[in-house]
Design a protein around this ligand. Structure first.
Ligand SMILES: Cc1ncc(COP(=O)(O)O)c(C=O)c1O
Length: 379
């Protein structure tokens, strides 16, 4: 019999949309993919060259379980340079993508029944990580009127004796919006630890993303190379934690994962040191697509009260079309041949919205919008 914890875990619906889209593609249909949160850009040449060089030099063995010191130092330099935050490389644990870091942090932080405050909507997997280690996600709704930002007073109301952490994600998946510096400062004052997913840092088109570490040391940060450096398949991420948490989490890492991929760690060093021009090019292209996507969606009647200025998502209000985003997303896929992510995947407060990813070429986005417009007119 399958264990309850495996049976009970919720599917990642956007992957279900993608898999259905692939099924249609196998039947010969042409699908425009606006559902997946994955850069369409090729991985920068300097990163590829570093992987190849590492393999040629036989750099294919286990590394230190915390990660290569040179990479951890480069991560500290990146935080010093970007946020004027001074970190010790001993506070950094390198992982195969940020996902294992999220898993290990909650395994290391939560006792059964401990609560973690998360925004609703949120990245679909967050509650599943928390529940998997018997924690309890506590939702704080966020609303499009103020750009889906947390209202600190709403967080305050949910803080209870069992609250171990408050989870923030700015720029956010699925909303693409940023938490203001003022609100972040207010949240940093709360008693529980702050857990900050900073994976979309660097992909900010207006204003500036702030690291939670600028405001408090009682914080855990996840970050990774998947989004900013278009390295999703290479699997590289990291956790920054207060020193006293590193050894326990390192032991979890040693037991369950041993170390991150050695060659890819070398590529991470190259990304941080040499991929600045590539990042600037990708960012400028995302920004053009962002403005185009917002404009076209608004022309079609989707509600976008506050323009998203980070990551590569637009979380658009589709309540004029349906209040059942799951059915709507599959209907759009089936009839318009456009993949979109249903808002319900990101929490009950995301119901009635659709998430559009603009990590696709402007030509494909234009085609997707055209198909969507024809579909809407046919309703
Ligand atoms: C907010 C957020 N956090 C974490 C991840 C996981 O990224 P990875 O494991 O590739 O680092 C994703 C991926 O979509 C994400 O959107």
């Amino acid at each position: 019999m399958v264990a309850g914890r495996a049976n009970d875990i919720k599917p990642f619906i956007v992957m279900d949309v993608l898999e259905k889209a692939c099924e249609l593609e196998c039947q010969g249909e042409n699908i425009v993919h606006l559902e997946v949160g994955e850069p369409d850009f090729d991985t920068p040449d300097c990163v590829k060259a570093a992987v190849i060089q590492a393999i040629e030099e036989g750099f294919t063995h286990y590394t230190h379980s915390l990660g290569l010191l040179e990479l951890r130092e480069a991560i500290c330099d990146y935080y010093a340079h970007s946020y004027e935050v001074n970190l010790d490389p001993e506070q950094v644990l390198v992982t195969s993508g940020s996902s294992p870091a999220i898993f290990m942090l909650f395994a290391g932080l939560l006792e059964a029944g401990d609560q973690v405050i998360i925004s609703d909507p949120h990245y679909a997997c967050y509650p599943n990580f928390i529940r998997f280690v018997q924690g309890e996600p506590v939702m704080v709704p966020v609303f499009e009127d103020d750009g889906f930002q947390y209202r600190p007073e709403e967080i305050q109301k949910k803080i209870a004796p069992k609250t171990r952490a408050i989870f923030i994600n700015s720029p956010s998946n699925p909303t693409g919006t940023l938490l203001s510096e003022k609100r972040m400062q207010a949240i940093a004052q709360f008693e529980p630890y702050i857990v900050s997913d900073e994976i979309y840092h660097g992909l900010v088109y207006k204003g500036k993303a702030h690291s939670i570490l600028e405001y408090t040391d009682r914080a855990f940060v996840f970050n990774g190379f998947s989004k900013l450096f278009a390295m999703t398949g290479l699997r590289l991420g990291y956790l920054i934690a207060p020193l006293e948490f590193i050894r326990p989490i390192q032991k979890i890492h040693q037991n369950f994962f041993i170390s991150a991929n050695a060659t890819v760690q070398k590529a991470g060093i190259a990304a941080l040191k040499d991929a600045g021009d590539d990042v600037a090019r990708m960012k400028a292209t995302y920004d053009k697509r962002r403005r185009f996507t917002i404009k076209r969606l608004r022309e079609m009647g989707f509600g976008i009260k506050v323009e998203p200025t980070g990551a590569f998502y637009v979380f658009a209000n589709a309540k004029h079309l349906s209040n059942d985003s799951y059915t709507l997303a599959f209907d759009i896929l089936q009839n318009a041949h456009v993949g979109v992510a249903p808002g319900i995947d990101f929490g009950s407060n995301g119901e009635g919205y659709l998430r559009f990813s603009y990590a696709n070429s402007i030509e494909n986005i234009a085609e997707g919008m055209q198909r969507l417009e024809t579909y809407i007119k046919s309703l």
